[in-house]
Design a protein around this ligand. Structure first.
Ligand code: 5GP
Ligand code: ZN
Length: 112
């Protein structure tokens, strides 16, 4: 499958890995929007949040189980933001579901 994040997960394309387990891979965003900006992805290809269903939601649950561990490793003791962009109006550019974890400073309140 011609998917950028599948290629990052399987090592075809290099990345700055910050966490990995059986279900989840996390790496630094190439264009950080905050002092800490990590992408957390399920290893299973799911295109977007709109395609989460009973058959695949365990992969998303595993992402959210990993996030506190990743946040702790990255020193995000004062909080952080988790963002998912979905589809055209959400400005999703990579069609493999991913969760941005942003922190390392007080983030702006506005989202849109
Ligand atoms: P989206 O806009 O789809 O929610 O987020 C895609 C994110 O992937 C962007 O923040 C972008 O900077 C990041 N990104 C795109 N290509 C690469 C890449 O090759 N490596 C890494 N580490 N991040 C990437
Ligand atoms: Zn993929």
């Amino acid at each position: 499958m011609d998917c950028l994040f599948c290629k990052i997960i399987n090592g075809e394309i290099p990345s700055a890995k910050v966490y990995e387990d059986e279900y989840v891979y996390a790496f630094k965003d190439i264009n950080p929007q905050a002092p800490v900006h990590v992408l957390v992805v399920p290893k299973t290809h799911i295109c977007c949040a709109d395609k989460i269903a009973a058959e695949n939601s365990v992969n998303v649950a595993k992402v959210f189980e990993a996030i506190p561990k990743i946040a702790s490793t990255l020193g995000l003791t004062n909080g952080y933001r988790v963002i998912n962009n979905c589809g055209e109006d959400g400005c999703q550019t990579v069609k493999h579901i991913h969760f941005h974890v942003l922190g390392g400073k007080k983030l702006p309140e506005t989202m849109a």
